[in-house]
Design a protein. Structure first.
Ligand code: GLN
Length: 442
């Protein structure tokens, strides 16, 4: 496809599904041949677009540099076609907390794409041969991958440099990849992986071993409570199919999973509340010009106007959890739960190659359903994606069924650095799985 045709297809998909916060419009500037096209979630800095991370407070911020992952994909021959819509700073599961546009599900525009990398999943779903760079803190790659019928890989914490990523929760944030099937992810995950002197949390790591295999999985019983009836049935069908493929399935228990969600929301909001302090109206984006106000007035004005409701809620929650008097009860306790979860995964990996659960408890909800959900109900949707993120373990969401025409995903979690075995299983699964692509895909 020529760049001209590609950009026409991108415009068309964007007009129908509001995928991009900003996108490439001028094909003439890009006459060189590119090996592939990719997009970056809007919380990744790139030198050619604004980086607003879905927030009004970053309106107009144009970074002077590329995030390492983006720079590496350009070096690998990629053409960056735009920045994808997302929940503000990654706060959400439906991409509805966005100041730059709420993406609409490729299978039904009255439904959510999931979040917070909703635009990324929609781009992967709507555009043939596309690679979308997403970010997960507590499930933001798996969730939209499940809702949009694409493959989403979240690597081991430390595998991909976070340099140039606008932080949500530094101990949790991971840059990963989404695509319509696993092939593009297999091909380009090595390009973005590896240590980076600019990010001290990136790690020296074993090379990606794409020959790894999954011969056995554990399905923890805790994962099967709270699912919609149709999701449960679809998941059991997928389990049966895995067994026919020769994968041994063991039913097990991981009791700490019950506490994972609470621990995740305490740790993630605690970290987020400190990260958001830098948006003070003086450095980036929305700059407050009236400097003759008192200290409190100045910061309150810019933050009241620039931050959305969910961001404010998280500042309050996170600050509360870190406060003297509450810190031991919430923050420190949550760290202990995190440790327990890591140990439970280690325990599972002594006898199986991966842990298998559904990705989300239901298919993509309609926007009117989301509006009537409380904050707590939306948080509960993440009960299966939170645990591997807390543990920093690589995980993948693979489309496993269509329920009334809407896609549903299953999620596999592997030991540290074992992304290769997740991708091998995805490839094997795809050999027997019939994808149903959304209408109007280009
Ligand atoms: N839905 C979760 C949250 O709102 C996870 C989002 C994410 O991974 N960025 O925190």
């Amino acid at each position: 496809m020529s760049v001209m045709d590609l950009l026409a297809a991108v415009r068309d998909a964007d007009e129908r599904h509001r995928i991009f916060a900003e996108r490439l419009e001028d094909p003439l500037a890009y006459e060189v041949e590119h090996a592939f096209h990719f997009s970056a979630k809007d919380n990744l800095c790139t030198s050619d677009f604004q980086a607003r991370a879905g927030s009004r407070i970053l309106e107009g911020y144009r970074p002077p540099f590329d995030a390492t992952a983006v720079a590496r994909l350009r070096q690998a021959g990629g053409l960056l076609i735009g920045k994808t819509n997302m929940d503000e700073f990654g706060f959400g599961s439906f991409s509805t907390n966005s100041a730059t546009g709420v993406p609409r599900n490729p299978y039904d525009a009255a439904r959510s794409c999931g979040g917070s990398s909703g635009g990324a999943a929609a781009a992967a779903s709507m555009l043939e041969g596309h690679l979308a760079v997403g970010v997960s803190t507590g499930g933001s790659i798996s969730c939209p991958a499940s809702f949009c019928g694409v493959v989403g890989l979240t690597p081991t914490y430390g595998r991909v440099s976070r340099w140039g990523l606008i932080d949500y929760g530094n101990s949790l944030d991971k840059i990963g990849l989404l695509s319509a099937s696993s092939g593009m992810i297999r091909r380009y995950l090595p390009a973005i992986s590896g240590p980076d002197p600019l990010d001290p949390t990136s790690q020296v790591q074993p090379p990606l071993d794409m020959s790894g295999q999954i011969r056995s999985v554990a399905v923890p019983e805790e994962a099967l409570t709270g699912l919609s009836g149709s999701m449960r049935a679809a998941f059991e069908d997928a389990v049966a199919r895995l067994e026919r493929m020769g994968v041994e399935v063991r039913r097990g228990a991981m009791p700490a999973l019950r506490f994972a969600l609470s621990a995740y929301y305490i740790l993630a909001t605690a970290e987020a509340s400190t990260n958001l302090a830098r948006y003070c109206g003086m450095r980036y984006g929305d700059i407050e010009q009236e400097t003759d106000q008192s200290f409190n007035e100045f910061f309150s004005r810019v933050r009241s106007r620039g931050l959305g409701r969910e961001a404010k809620r998280r500042i309050l929650l996170g600050t509360f959890c870190r406060m003297v008097g509450f810190r031991d009860r919430y923050y420190i306790k949550a760290l202990q739960v995190r440790e327990l979860i890591i140990r439970e995964y280690e325990e599972q990996f002594r006898s199986v190659d991966a842990v298998l659960t559904p990705t989300m408890p239901f298919v993509a909800p309609r926007f009117d359903e989301i509006e009537s959900m409380s904050a707590l109900e939306t948080y509960q949707a993440d009960f299966l994606t939170g645990p591997p993120n807390l543990a920093g373990l690589p995980h993948i969401s693979i489309p496993c069924a269509y329920i009334d025409g809407l896609p549903a995903g299953m999620q596999l979690v592997a030991p540290r650095w074992e992304e290769g075995r997740l991708l091998s299983l995805a490839e094997r699964w795809e050999n027997g799985f019939e994808y149903r692509r959304p209408e109007g895909r280009a």
